[in-house]
Design a protein around this ligand. Structure first.
Ligand code: GTP
Ligand code: MG
Length: 278
């Protein structure tokens, strides 16, 4: 596996010259501080949408290979692996280039090679001496709207087999809004008025899911450091303050909390600052 070349120090080659004949050199943004996030999750789990909310944009990310060369998705062979789902590649949103995201996709097929790719990636990043160049957090997305497979065997395997060392894993249960209709129906059948049921449903859905499925993640060999539920993230007015706050909380060192605080440009709420200062 090749080492990631993009570094926080800004001394790694960032400029592409003459690689794509006839085109202007494409340059990855040079920054002194970068916060690295690995996002994992099944197809359609809502991963890209979350990253857009974090970076406060509706744009698609730019994708760079490990050497810092931009990958144009339109130029990829349709049968090749999609650029944003190659864990080695780096996704950057122009609205907040301090975040570097790696998207591994999910463990759809449940093959051990999928898990090995993630393990190798985490290992390769842990070799960096500079804290700022390492992988800082893993956001593991699990959509909770799929009744047939609330948590898959492949996902449980991750928490059984993938020790991530110093890198904290935060579970993001996504699309919680899609449980509302069923929960409202249950509550109304139990004698509640429809108005009250609509108010109670978001909290009820989460409690029920957590008790039935979510808690089991904490019984695995490598449990997550925390979890949160996200809803309505496809709405551009939705915020992800909880995600920012919880991420700051699970970062172990104060230096990492400050790095996170420094790169994020769109969530300077008091609650985040409070989480960082604690
Ligand atoms: N109801 C609901 N829909 C959501 C939410 N978040 C994302 N979606 C929708 O789910 C679909 C998939 O979202 P993406 O962000 O593209 O999911 P992804 O995990 O990046 O998908 P792939 O990259 O194809 O694996 C889109 O139609 C989103 O609008 C949510 O919180 N609630
Ligand atoms: Mg995506």
């Amino acid at each position: 596996m090749s080492q990631p070349r993009l570094s926080n120090s800004g001394i790694q080659p960032a400029q592409v010259t003459g690689r794509q004949k006839g085109r202007a050199p494409i340059q990855i943004p040079r920054l002194t501080l970068r916060f690295h996030v690995l996002i994992i999750g099944r197809a359609n789990a809502g991963k890209t949408t979350i990253l857009q909310r974090v970076c406060n944009t509706t744009e698609q990310p730019k994708i760079f290979d490990p050497q810092g060369h931009e990958i144009k998705l339109s130029e990829l062979n349709p049968t090749a692996q999609r650029g944003e789902h190659n864990i080695e590649n780096q996704m950057i949103f122009e609205s907040n280039p301090g975040f570097v995201f790696h998207d591994s996709g999910g463990f759809e097929a449940g093959r051990s090679s999928e898990l090995d790719d993630v393990k190798n990636f985490i290992k390769s990043y842990s070799k960096w001496l500079k804290v700022g160049n390492r992988l800082h957090v893993i956001w593991y997305c699990i959509p909770i709207n799929d009744q047939a497979r609330p948590i898959t065997r492949a996902e449980l395997n991750f928490f059984d087999e993938c020790g991530t060392g110093r890198v904290p894993v935060l579970v993001l249960f996504t699309k919680a809004d899609q449980l509302d209709a069923e929960t409202i129906e249950c509550l109304v059948n139990g004698g509640m008025s429809i108005e009250e049921a609509a108010i109670k449903a978001p909290e009820e859905s989460v409690i029920k899911f957590q008790n039935s499925f979510g808690n089991q993640l904490y019984e695995r060999k490598y449990p997550p450091k925390g979890h949160l539920y996200l809803r309505d993230m496809q709405t551009t007015s939705s915020h992800c303050n909880d995600l920012m706050e919880q991420t700051a909380t699970v970062l172990s060192a104060n230096s990492l909390k400050w790095l996170f605080f420094s790169v994020q440009q769109h969530h300077l709420s008091l609650s985040v600052q409070y989480a960082i200062m604690r």
